[in-house]
Design a protein around this ligand. Sequence first.
Ligand SMILES: [Zn+2]
Length: 418
Amino acid sequence: MGRYGDEILERFLRYVKIDTQSEAGTDHFPTTEKQFDLAWQLEKELKEIGASDVYVDPKACVVYAAIPSNLPDGGGLSVAFIAHIDTTPDLSGKDVKPRVVHYEGGDIVLNEELGIVMEEAQFPVMKEYVGDDLVVTDGTTLLGGDDKSSVAIEVVLAKYLLEHPEIKHGPIKLAFTPDEEVGGGARDLDLERLGADVAYTIDGDGLGAYNYETFNAAEAQLLIHGRNVHPGQAKGIMINALELGVEFINMLPMYERCQYTEGREGYFHPYDFKATAESGFLKTLIRDHDEERFEERKRYILKCVEALKEKYGDERIELKWGPGYWSMKKVVDKVPFMIDYLVQAIEENGLEPKCIAARGGTDGSAISQRGLPCPNISAGYENAHSRFEFASVQAMEKSLMVVVRLCGIYGEHPELKK
Ligand SMILES: [Zn+2]
């Protein structure tokens, strides 16, 4: 492990001990005040390092910092890197007790007392990290490598660039955002303050992995109004809202549900249904990487609703569209060098670039939708959102070096912005 690996580890251990769990289903942002605990800590550290324009938005809990261009004319394209500071509500992020294990292969006992073991057979990805120093949990909480590995990488990136003036780069912008895990979509990230021409989130697992394609996403919400009467006198009169919802679910193609799909296959996912004979509310997710197929899926939902209206009456069903997002692909495709440079940086660090179509959304989807193209770079953790989460110090250091090189490559292309 190099000196900067030590730097990352030291900061990473500090960050994961700060509980920054976000909360689903609230309508205020940030969803939890405790995310500020890390935000203020970052402000302090970034100032110590000598980063410029360090600022914590006291309302939105977004942290900003910058490393000025060191190109002769102070120019160059401005590149942002974005990490999220929150951890998922899926599992506790309180009292995280990180431990560093030098991994020689096989199973890792996380907690002897409770008998919690991370088994190689269950997590074959462990094999890719033999010989590395892995940060693991005690099996009772998540680790928070998602996305604090990236938080540490970005802070050390600032330090690295300031300590290596021989690396010529344009303006580098850093942002740390709350509430990614609860679909925040970096909504309060002020793009004007950020002042970036292009951006990358650093998040996600897999050595050498990157994503510039996410799902296109929509949610169909059906409000169902039954015609409820006494069951003894129901013949020919009752319309049972619960059964109507089930009928709709049965119209969705069975093998296009999430549990039967993978890779670039899209799906319908009815996931929340509250109903009585009187009324019901049914939510169905629609996901597809391909834009045309995505639109087709939405049309299919419309057709199902039309058919049910014809059968039971227009007034029985109301269709509304809930929250959604698009794939970042169509925005990123317009700036092809973003991916070319990233692939070059990954390759030059001896890693094999792996382009993965994300089966989900990232904050980058929403940021791209706002006009700032924002693909994603992997961060060095695995098994996110679970007690088996771990982060490799060597992988985080490699991820740092990929990003350092990426800054250098942009610096070699001042023609992009005069
Ligand atoms: Zn994440």
